[in-house]
Design a protein around this ligand. Structure first.
Ligand code: SF4
Ligand code: SF4
Length: 365
């Protein structure tokens, strides 16, 4: 309880009073959250995933590094992770493990042990299809605080989006396994958070959320609008990114498949349900129309993400939100976080957002 309370208090204080952004010329206090994309490999093949080689999203919105299959030798050893975790422990960030599918990461359990030792608040984003009873027990014993599980429709829609028959039933079974083991071990954690991503495949019928809510009883349910960035941009010089939007045609094609009147209706029904359902971003009416019909236009003009969060790739590269490599987990983290390059990057954002920012989830966090 107190572990959550004091961390939340500290994090809220930083978010509400971002004096470093206002005053310190790109210098930032340590990040509140570290997102580790443990692997880009996955057992599913979702239609809207930039890691899935060959789908149209991957074609337009990924870069070669993100979409290639990684072999076990490319992942850092647990010794390298241990050094990194010791290095960051003094500022106690929340750690979010994602992928690809984190449950297929070869060093997952040893890494979770290290995180547990430091008492970090740890969350994991998973498709849940690999959570057998045995895996559920290991997750609960690892003291993971929350699991964010993706469910994008009823059985038929979810399987179509995920690209693999049977993935809905497996995800639901995974959730049941977690709940059963939590009860057996009298554990309050992990909290179950369900995430649904709106796409051209499901926007016209979100009734599955209410139906499944009664069955799953999650801690909360997040509905995320469609976010797409252009991965290729990470390979370009940052200064080019201010004005260039060479991916605008595919963005328009893909967002244009969503009828905002039909989606708006679905959102209103869910909002009236009095359930803990949140939307990222929380938009209706004209803003919803702009989001899908004019994807080059940003709905906010400032982003604090590079002051609060940092990403790490499966090979140990430390990256900005633009996928710009800044260092590795073998470097001294604080020197990387406030290197001249990182400070220059943050200062550029004080001027105006990058073109890629318009449909990036970080802008709305
Ligand atoms: S489960 Fe996640 S990582 Fe795997 S293909 Fe789907 S969206 Fe991509
Ligand atoms: S919106 Fe924020 S998090 Fe996203 S790319 Fe732009 S600066 Fe980074």
């Amino acid at each position: 309880m107190s572990r959550y309370f004091f961390k939340r208090l500290r994090d809220e204080f930083r978010r509400r009073l971002p004096f470093d952004r206002a005053l310190l010329k790109g210098y930032s206090l340590p990040p509140l959250r570290i997102d580790i994309e443990l692997t880009h490999n996955c057992n599913l093949k979702c239609t809207m995933c930039s890691f899935v080689d060959g789908n149209e999203i991957n074609k337009y919105f990924s870069n070669p590094k993100r979409s290639k299959h990684e072999s076990a030798e490319e992942f850092p050893s647990i010794k390298r992770w241990k050094r990194f975790i010791d290095d960051i422990s003094s500022f106690n960030p929340t750690i979010n493990l994602s992928g690809g599918e984190p449950l297929i990461y070869p060093h997952l359990w040893e890494l979770l042990d290290l995180l547990k030792e430091k008492r970090f608040i740890t969350t994991m984003t998973t498709n849940a299809s690999l959570i057998t009873e045995d895996v559920a027990e290991k997750l609960i014993r690892s003291d993971i605080d929350a699991l964010v599980i993706s469910i994008d429709g009823d059985r038929e829609t979810h399987d179509r989006i995920r690209g693999v028959d049977g993935s809905f039933d497996k995800a639901l079974q995974g959730i049941k396994n977690i709940k059963a083991v939590k009860t057996a071990l009298a554990s309050k954690t992990p909290r179950l958070v369900i995430n649904s991503t709106i796409s051209w495949e499901n926007y016209s019928d979100l009734s599955f959320v209410k139906k499944l809510f009664a069955e799953i009883r999650p801690y909360k349910w997040n509905i995320s609008h469609l976010f797409l960035g252009n991965g290729d941009m990470a390979l370009k010089d940052l200064s080019v990114l201010y004005n260039e939007r060479d991916d605008i045609k595919p963005l328009k094609d893909i967002y244009g498949r969503i009828d905002t009147a039909a989606l708006g209706k679905e959102i209103r029904v869910l909002r009236s349900a009095s359930l803990p359902i949140s939307f990222l971003p929380s938009i209706e009416g004209e803003k919803l129309k702009t989001f899908y019909e004019d994807p080059a236009k940003t709905l906010r003009n400032k982003c604090s993400y590079p002051y609060f969060s940092v990403g790490i790739q499966g090979d140990g590269t430390i990256i900005t939100c633009m996928y710009t490599p800044m260092g590795t987990i073998d470097d001294d983290f604080r020197s990387i976080w406030n290197s001249d390059r990182y400070k220059e990057f943050r200062q550029m954002l004080n001027g105006k957002l990058f073109s890629k920012c318009s449909r990036c989830c970080g802008l709305y966090e």
